[in-house]
Design a binder for this molecule. Structure first.
Ligand SMILES: Nc1nc2c(c(=O)[nH]1)N=C([C@H](O)[C@H](O)COP(=O)(O)OP(=O)(O)OP(=O)(O)O)CN2
Length: 133
């Protein structure tokens, strides 16, 4: 039995990719992603929630806020990395997992079984990454 709570945010970034696969996207281009973060747990807490929506929204907003309006090519942490939709799902999920581990998601952090992040890059394409906690 698994319960899921999902919150949504968005972010706007610029980036370029390395590799012939990407054609014109090897040049710097912009992307506006809708970002969905899903928190999963097998049990609800005594309030009947997986995680408080406000807490989950704040955590996601902190992360998207730290990335938005940036050219990811200029960010040292992404040096040598293609910041694809898939990769950015992993980056955001890992940052949420850090927050679960260090207590910033409150008591939910200890109950969560996994976090899944989905980035919608357009109405026809999206990617997801799920990691266990
Ligand atoms: N698996 C992924 N493929 C691509 C990603 C990605 O993040 N993951 N990103 C891009 C580009 O950033 C952009 O979103 C689309 O660029 P575009 O050149 O339009 O790419 P398309 O594959 O849609 O079209 P082409 O026919 O290759 O130009 C690209 N791929």
């Amino acid at each position: 039995m698994t319960f899921t709570l999902t919150v949504r945010d968005h972010m706007m970034v610029a980036h370029s990719f390395s590799g012939e696969t990407f054609g014109p996207a090897q040049r710097v281009h912009g992307a506006t992603f809708i970002v969905d973060a899903s928190f999963r747990a097998s049990e609800l807490d005594t309030d009947g929630v997986v995680i408080d929506i406000g807490l989950a929204s704040e955590a996601l907003a902190e992360i998207t806020g730290s990335l938005t309006y940036r050219n990811l090519d200029d960010e040292p942490e992404f040096a040598g990395m293609n910041t694809t939709t898939e990769r950015m799902c992993q980056v955001i999920a890992d940052r949420l997992a850090e927050r679960a581990a260090d207590g910033r998601l409150g008591s939910a952090g200890a109950r969560l079984s996994s976090i899944e992040v989905t980035l919608h890059e357009s109405h026809i394409a999206w990617a997801s990454y799920e990691r266990s906690l």
